[in-house]
Write a protein that binds this ligand. Structure first.
Ligand code: HEM
Length: 269
């Protein structure tokens, strides 16, 4: 094969830079002659904080990897179409909600909340969704959960709740699920969590598929119509296929649970 016909080689060429004859610079473009020796106070140090080049190189290094999101890390997405079946003109002047039959392209990302990379899909957890409506007037984003209420009433408790629902710190168990000591400790001390816990411990928290669960915007939103009149509204998404859940045993099997049976026979060698 002739050189250049191989797409991989062509792609690689794009990333090659010829620096011949050019000076080395900091990220900000300041010429430097050396990037292997930091500024020191005298021959034996200590290192000086005024060495901005050292600080820049280390900061760059610290940020080379994007850390995993603390919540909603595992996502599953699809493109789709939103079709308006009933005009919302009475409530809003948003263009994509005016004409019955009008279609708006959407992109939707479903997610579980607690699980880290590699965790199972069928865990007992809230399912999140983030919809991007590509409307003629710009993008409209809507986040929601498959449960209509929430664990906490004040955002300042979010880190505490998430620390509690994440795995136990000493053994990283359970992964992607709830109902363990640190979570119950939070629940016992935060009365406002009670309602959400009833949902979380119900079949709703192990949906059979993303097409078989309801969606809720959770927050109260405000629609404003052409006359400037405002109305409080809620977003509810109802699946055409109905609401279906897995049973716990199915959820665990799909997640890879195996049963090992060991026959032990005494008295034989
Ligand atoms: C006090 C309340 C809340 C706080 C502080 C909070 C905070 C967060 C944070 C920090 C993220 C991760 C963002 C990232 O790493 O990119 C997130 C993601 C998300 N949250 Fe919340 N959240 C709260 C309540 C809610 C509620 C009520 C809903 C449902 C309406 C919700 C739905 C979502 C969804 C769907 C995502 C993932 C978005 C995506 O797929 O891109 N959250 N939230």
């Amino acid at each position: 094969m002739e050189r250049g016909n191989n797409p991989k080689e062509e792609q690689l060429e794009q990333f090659k830079v010829n620096n011949y004859g050019k000076k080395m610079t900091t990220n900000q473009g300041l010429k430097v002659s050396d990037d292997e020796n930091s500024l020191k106070a005298g021959v034996r140090g200590p290192t000086l904080l005024e060495d901005f080049h050292l600080r820049e190189k280390i900061t760059h290094f610290d940020h080379e990897r994007i850390p995993e999101r603390v919540v909603h890390a595992r996502g599953f997405a699809a493109h789709g179409e939103f079709e308006l079946l009933r005009s919302m003109k009475e409530f809003t002047r948003a263009k994509f909600l005016q004409d019955v039959g009008s279609k708006t392209p959407i992109f939707i990302r479903f997610s579980t909340v607690v699980g880290s990379k590699g965790s199972a899909d069928t865990v007992r957890d809230v399912r999140g969704f983030a919809i991007k409506f590509y409307t003629e007037e710009g993008n409209f984003d809507l986040v929601g959960n498959n449960i209509p209420i929430f664990f906490i009433q004040d955002a300042i408790k979010f880190p505490d709740f998430v620390h509690a629902v994440k795995p136990e710190p000493h053994n990283e168990i359970p992964q992607a699920s709830s109902a363990h000591d640190t979570l119950w400790d939070f629940v016992a001390n935060n009365q406002e969590t009670a309602h959400m816990m009833m949902w979380l411990m119900s079949d709703r928290a192990i949906p059979r598929s993303f097409r078989m669960m309801q969606g809720f915007g959770v927050h109260t939103f405000r629609f404003v119509n052409e006359d400037g009149k405002a109305k409080f509204i809620k977003f509810h998404i109802k699946p055409l296929l109905g609401v279906h859940s897995l049973v716990w045993d199915e959820a665990q099997k799909i997640a890879g649970k195996i049963r090992i049976s060991i026959d032990v026979t005494f008295g034989k060698t």
